[in-house]
Design a protein around this ligand. Structure first.
Ligand SMILES: C[S@@+](CC[C@H](N)C(=O)[O-])C[C@H]1O[C@@H](n2cnc3c(N)ncnc32)[C@H](O)[C@@H]1O
Length: 453
């Protein structure tokens, strides 16, 4: 019998599902309850009954599970960011290890060892980039915050614990300056108003700071004064304005203008020097990304004469971080600014195109072209977006048959699917290492080692 809406039932939470919800079973049906911990016993209201499962909400916590802790953020949950701030970091790591194990066993149907997650060096204030939507609160004040889960309603947040304090302070100051200057926040429904997002980035090792106003229209009234004030108060390296006048959920528009400073910030990642603006993908948790890259390098097991192909390479950081171990690197990435950044880094490192070459191309198309040209990489690293690798890329990888494939992924479900595909085309999955790049959220990264059999 399906549950009925608003029915109240008592449940004991058994585990966390891979989207961070607690899972319990009653009368043979699964009930998913956000913001619960394994071992919690709670009275739960059914809010969304489906045919064979349901979603519920805690009405009353009767007994707290052993990993539950006091939540230290008033908007965790509604803001859609920290889904796991109510459990200890130890419990979070155990849950994330299980998410990845489940994905590889159930979705990938792979009998591969999945190691315990490598925890992050910092669990708070670790983000090097934020994109805060700008809106208007019920009193007419300009606020920044986050979109509530699965919605475009802004939940105001003045002290997000995932981002450095200066980013929170700058957001509050920028809102005050916008109000003082009579500048409005963008309204998605009416497509009116000016400022859509505040985008901030920090070079983790360099300390350099970038701010970008994402604006509906061409810049801000009193732009020079506002930017000069913020640059002085927050020691900003550069300030940009990005123009986005489209009716779209995509945050950045195509045109970005530099108001102050060089337009980019510099940093290093795993020893690789980088210069970045706003369009390039860059791992958001620098120290944890360095742990991830070290694991990828170990799994790659490169030899001095090897040819390494880095697909979905962003600014080329993974490949460049292991280039000292091999002879030649080719990186493929679809975002032109990222490829320019990779080429610039290679030039700064004194690497010519025979040693490190970067191509602005679709990964599947580039891999197919390389396979057709008879390229035979010894090791291929793939680090695709959440949707995973295109089948064209996987097909070309199997055709080129490198000794080792290292798959880096922020989505264990698609990594398991792609690893399964490769195991059906000549590879054996040897080991999976989850790495926590996103503490206090439901997200987890993983690295997979596959070898040609
Ligand atoms: C998860 S990021 C990894 C970037 C890089 N490996 C790193 O560690 O910074 C995925 C990258 O794939 C790129 N990308 C997305 N679709 C692509 C495609 N079809 N072909 C090539 N690159 C793509 C994105 O622009 C992004 O830079």
């Amino acid at each position: 019998m399906p549950f009925t809406k608003n029915q109240i039932i008592t449940l004991e939470i058994e585990a966390l599902s891979n989207d961070g919800n607690g899972v319990a079973h009653k009368d043979g049906q699964a009930v998913f309850v956000p913001l619960t911990a394994p071992g919690d016993v709670a009275e739960v209201r059914i809010v969304k009954p489906m045919k064979t499962y349901a979603f519920g909400r805690v009405e009353k916590l009767l007994t707290a599970g052993p990993g539950r802790i006091k939540q230290d953020c008033p908007v965790a949950g509604p803001c859609g960011g920290c889904g796991l701030r109510h459990i200890s970091y130890e419990a979070e790591c155990a849950a994330k290890t299980q998410f990845v194990r489940d994905a590889f066993a159930r979705l990938g149907k792979l009998d591969v060892p999945v190691l315990d997650v490598l925890g992050a060096p910092d669990t708070d204030r670790y983000r090097n980039k934020v994109q805060l939507p700008v809106g208007t609160d019920e009193n007419g004040h300009i606020v920044t915050g986050f979109f509530a889960g699965r919605s475009h309603r802004i939940v105001a947040c003045t002290d997000c614990k995932l981002q450095p304090a200066w980013m929170n302070e700058l957001a509050a100051r920028a809102c005050a300056l916008l109000e003082e200057n009579g500048i409005t926040a963008y309204n998605e429904e009416t497509h009116t108003g000016r400022v859509r997002h505040l985008y901030m980035r920090q070079g983790w090792h360099s300390g350099q700071r970038l701010l970008c106003f994402v604006v509906n229209g061409n810049g801000l009234p009193n732009e020079a004064e506002i930017c000069a004030t913020l640059q002085k108060e927050f020691a900003l390296t550069t300030i940009l304005v990005n123009r986005n006048s489209e009716r779209t959920n995509v945050i950045l528009g195509r045109r970005t203008r530099t108001v102050l400073g060089p337009g980019v910030i510099e940093d290093t990642l795993a020893g690789v020097p980088l210069r970045m603006g706003v369009h390039e993908f860059y791992q958001v948790n620098t120290p944890a990304a360095e742990v991830l890259y070290a694991k990828a390098r170990e799994y790659a097991g490169l030899k001095p004469d090897d040819f390494l192909l880095d697909l979905y390479c962003g600014m080329g950081t993974i490949g460049l971080s292991m280039l000292a171990d091999c002879k030649r690197l080719v990186g493929v990435e679809v975002v032109p600014q990222a490829v320019e950044g990779a080429k610039e880094t290679a030039a700064r490192l004194g690497l010519d195109a025979d040693r490190a070459d970067f191509r602005c191309q679709d990964a599947g198309a580039a891999a197919a072209q390389l396979a057709a040209e008879g390229a035979r990489p010894d090791v291929i690293v793939v680090d695709p977006p959440r949707k995973g690798c295109d089948e064209a890329a996987l097909t070309a990888i199997a055709e080129m048959a490198p000794r080792t494939v290292v798959m880096v992924s922020c989505n264990a479900a698609t990594a398991a699917r792609d690893a399964k595909w490769l195991t059906e085309h000549g590879y054996k999955a040897v080991e999976v290492q989850p790495v926590d790049l996103f503490p206090r959220t439901k997200h987890v990264e993983c690295v997979v080692k596959l070898v040609w059999e």
